[in-house]
Design a protein around this ligand. Structure first.
Ligand code: PLP
Length: 373
């Protein structure tokens, strides 16, 4: 089996699985309970939160656990929109965002908010001049991903944060889901950040919203008192323990893993660009872990399924996008609907071997000869 869909999800690492198992066995109390077993569970949760906060360079009080990045994105976006509508109802985002960002934005638009999408340059970066033009005194939120899930473009988050600093009522939300574990992530100029550990070898069912202490958000989930007023429900201690483990591993080996994947990316891109009908959509601004291509004149769903017959797994776009719809990210950089309809995403990891790439290319060649007319 050759798995090349690490941008969709990653296999949980042994250490995260062990942490989940050990903590589930050792801490039976509910961290919200006031008795000894509850206090022990809470103390362990606090320890994990401290380590996670230290790794991210934020305060413990700024960490809010959710069920995943989708919930975290919804909480960040709707939470700000509902809390700060007195300052305005204008929000800016991009066409590169994951559906868990565009989904809540569309919902807000339907209830009277105004959403603008900033232009994307040919290289995939946000057009900062256009962003400056779009910003208004009533803009309350700018939501831009650090690395997008389709093309893998790494945005100039620091520069964007500096631009936004002169707008006192405008908050900056950054979805860092595809950045953590791939590149060093600084949240210095960022008000809210969201991610899930299942993209860096942690487990599904857990996510994080980092919300700076000076910001108010209206909760999405109401219920009893929990460890935070912003998200009710029993904290998932064992999942948080697994997250803490995965985050610590993914952030400490980052440079070595990055350089290794960069080499694989080079081999892959060099070979793919020799095909007449292949367009590489992941520009030199993309992280090496994601290689998005369009295959002109091909049904890439058929490509995906042929490769699957050889036990090779890639995706046509982000796992959360509806099938047979054009990729908004590819359309944003190419303005070509056909290219946006014929995408294939190959995503790599430090687990990918040179042999995996060689085998993938061999079968890709067979599929290309069969499917591209
Ligand atoms: N944001 C980005 C950039 C993603 O790639 C994903 C995962 O597909 C999500 C958010 C949603 O994450 P989750 O599966 O935890 O809801």
């Amino acid at each position: 089996m050759i798995y090349l869909d690490y941008a969709a999800t990653t296999p949980a690492c042994e250490e995260a699985l062990q942490a989940f198992y050990n903590v589930s066995k050792s801490y039976i109390g509910n961290p919200n309970s006031s008795h000894k077993l509850g206090r022990e569970a809470k103390a362990y949760l606090d320890l994990c939160t401290k380590n996670i906060a230290d790794r991210l360079g934020v305060k413990e009080s700024e960490i809010i656990y959710t069920s995943g990045a989708t919930e975290a994105n919804n909480l960040a976006i709707k939470g700000i929109a509902n809390s700060y509508k007195r300052y305005g109802k204008h929000i800016i985002s991009t066409y590169l965002e994951h559906s868990s960002v565009t989904g809540p934005l569309t919902t807000l638009q339907n209830s009277g908010y105004e959403i603008d999408y900033v232009d994307i340059l040919d290289n995939g970066l946000v057009d900062l001049d256009h962003l400056k033009e779009l910003l208004r005194d009533d803009t309350i939120l700018v939501s831009i991903g650090y690395v997008d899930s389709e093309l893998g473009i790494e945005q100039n988050i620091h520069q964007i944060g500096e631009i936004l600093a002169s707008y006192p009522h405008c908050f900056f939300h950054v979805d860092v889901t595809q950045a953590i574990g791939k590149i060093p992530v600084s949240l210095e100029n960022v008000d809210l950040a969201t991610f899930t550990p299942h993209k860096f070898y942690g487990l599904h069912g857990c996510g994080v919203l980092v919300k700076k202490d000076n910001i108010m958000i209206e909760p999405l989930i109401h219920g009893g008192v929990s460890t935070t007023p912003f998200r009710s429900g029993t904290p998932t201690l064992a999942l948080v323990a697994a997250l803490e483990k995965a985050l610590s591993l993914a952030t400490s080996d980052i440079e070595e893993r990055y350089n290794y994947v960069k080499q694989l990316n080079k081999t892959l891109k060099e070979k793919l660009q020799q095909y007449k009908n292949v367009r590489i959509n992941s520009t030199d601004k993309a992280v090496p872990h994601i290689v998005n291509i369009s295959i002109k004149g091909a049904n890439t769903m058929a490509f995906q399924s042929e490769l699957e017959d050889y036990d090779i797994y890639v995706s046509t776009k982000s796992a959360c996008c509806a099938p047979n719809t054009p990729s908004r990210a590819v359309y944003a950089i190419t303005k070509d609907r056909k290219l946006a309809l014929s995408t294939l995403r190959i995503s790599l990891s430090h687990h990918t071997t040179e042999k995996d790439i060689e085998t993938f290319l061999e079968y890709f060649d067979q599929c290309y000869k069969k499917l591209v007319k």
